[in-house]
Design a protein around this ligand. Structure first.
Ligand code: ZN
Length: 335
């Protein structure tokens, strides 16, 4: 499986699988494992009682804690933009940015939370989505976690971010139009077709229960990339019954454990929760799912998005998805 192009049906572009390049020589720096963090850091602005840049103090919270970001990328009442000159366009970058601490424990990772704590995180993701869409009227709610120094995170306190905006981000908009084009062409739900094809092939499946399927997608752009997709058609987390969210805590815990157990250096990753925007019809094919994009291609080896990826928007995946799924499954058995 060298020099093989695979079609990415959600991004509607080719990905090149170059498995033979995974072991190429590397003379640069290796990513070191971070030192173990204490359970409480008096200087941390995310810890209970910690002082934030705004001067405000966090409450003595004991489970999940959500607050408005002190350095938001978007503003609720953003001023009107300067008129653009010539053919350029502008609009207000309107939105809300929140930070969500998963736990008061400064030194814990999402993967180390127990099943109940993980469920509490998931139900908070659900409640935040509902509130921001239905009470505050935001079109899109995008929840993501940047994990590890490789992604530029210097504070180890376990947390994610919630961006609610009045406009759509481009990858989500692309995925939504891909499901529409797939429906027109094939008369089928694209997410259902992906789930069924992964089940039929079977080699890339990492975990499965009645409600969810976890797999390294056939069309993965990064080694160790993982998708968690519900088997029922749901646009947002708040459409899922409690049982489905409980099942999600099971598969999410499993795949995070696999990533943690791969090597002595824990994986660095971007986790994103992709949900249908508010304005999309309830009958639309777009399905809420979770994507994990790990940024190490080997122990301590960072995957750089360089010339071809950044310069030309074409991904070279050094890992053969079938082999990476096998590695992840083996790592999961140690748990
Ligand atoms: Zn902290």
């Amino acid at each position: 499986m060298n020099w093989e192009n695979r079609w990415h049906p959600l991004l509607e572009r080719w990905v090149t699988v170059t498995g033979h390049r995974g072991s190429r020589p590397w003379q640069g720096a290796h990513v070191e494992a971070p030192p173990p963090a204490p359970t409480f850091d008096p200087n941390c602005y995310l810890c209970p009682g910690g002082e934030r840049i705004s001067g405000e103090r966090n409450p003595e919270y004991d489970e999940v804690f959500v607050f408005d970001n002190d350095h938001p990328a978007f503003a609720r009442h953003a001023p009107p933009p300067e008129p653009a000159v010539g053919m350029f366009e502008s609009q207000s970058a309107e939105g809300v940015c929140r930070v969500m601490c998963y736990s008061p424990n400064h030194g814990v990772r999402l993967s180390q939370l127990d099943r109940n704590q993980l469920l509490r995180v998931i139900t908070t993701w659900r409640d935040q989505t509902y509130e921001l869409m239905h009470q505050q009227g935001f079109e899109q709610v995008f929840i993501f976690e940047n994990n590890g120094q490789v992604v530029g995170v210097s504070n180890p306190h376990p947390h994610c971010q919630i961006f609610a905006t009045s406009f759509q981000f481009s990858t989500l908009a692309q995925e939504i139009s891909a499901t529409e084009r797939y429906r027109t062409k094939n008369k089928k739900n694209l997410f259902e077709a992906i789930v069924q094809s992964e089940l039929t092939d079977g080699r890339r499946i990492l975990c499965e229960n009645r409600e969810w399927l976890g797999f390294v997608p056939y069309f993965a752009e990064l080694p160790y990339e993982i998708m968690l997709v519900p088997k029922a058609q749901r646009g947002q987390l708040y459409q899922m019954p409690d049982l489905e969210l409980e099942s999600l805590s099971g598969v999410l815990g499993q795949v995070l454990g696999m990533l943690d157990n791969l090597w002595p250096v824990p994986q660095s990753y971007i986790l994103s929760i992709r949900q249908a925007p508010l304005g999309l019809s309830e009958n639309h094919d777009y399905r809420c799912h979770i994507k994990l994009q790990p940024l190490l291609r080997g122990p301590g080896l960072q995957k750089f998005l360089a010339g071809v990826e950044t310069g030309a928007g074409h991904f070279l995946n050094d890992g053969v998805p079938e082999m990476k799924a096998e590695e992840l499954r083996s790592a999961g058995q140690g748990r």
